[in-house]
Ligand binder design. Structure first.
Ligand SMILES: N[C@@H](CCC(=O)N[C@@H](CS)C(=O)NCC(=O)O)C(=O)O
Length: 78
C-alpha cells in the first residue's frame, strides 16, 4: 500500500491527499513532527526533511515534492 509522510495542515500534503482521493488510491499516512529537526525518519527514508513524501514499496519508489508525487500518481495510477 502507498504510504504518505505528511502533516494534516500542510497545503502541499493536502494536494497529494486530494490526488490520491481523486484516483481512489488506498494509502496509509504517517503524521510527522511539526519541527523538521525531529523528522529523522523522513530523512532516513527520503534524504531530506520536508513533507509530503510518498513511499510506494511495491514499485521501490520514494518521492518528495508534491508536484513530483502528483505527476507520479497520474502517470502510474491515473
Ligand atoms: N516543494 C515542496 C515543499 C514542501 C514543504 O515546504 N513542506 C513543508 C510543510 S507544508 C515542510 O515540510 N516544511 C518544514 C520546514 O521548512 O521547516 C513540495 O511541493 O512538496
Amino acid at each position: 500500500m502507498i504510504e504518505i509522510y505528511q502533516l494534516e495542515e500542510c497545503g502541499y500534503c493536502r494536494i497529494v491527499r486530494a490526488k490520491l482521493a481523486e484516483l481512489r488510491i488506498e494509502y496509509k499516512t504517517h503524521d510527522v513532527p511539526r519541527d523538521k529537526n525531529d523528522r529523522d525518519e523522513v530523512d532516513k527514508i527520503s534524504g531530506q526533511r520536508l513533507v509530503p513524501v510518498l513511499v510506494d514499496r511495491e514499485n521501490g519508489i520514494v518521492l518528495s515534492d508534491s508536484e513530483k508525487i502528483v505527476e507520479y500518481l497520474k502517470k502510474n495510477y491515473g
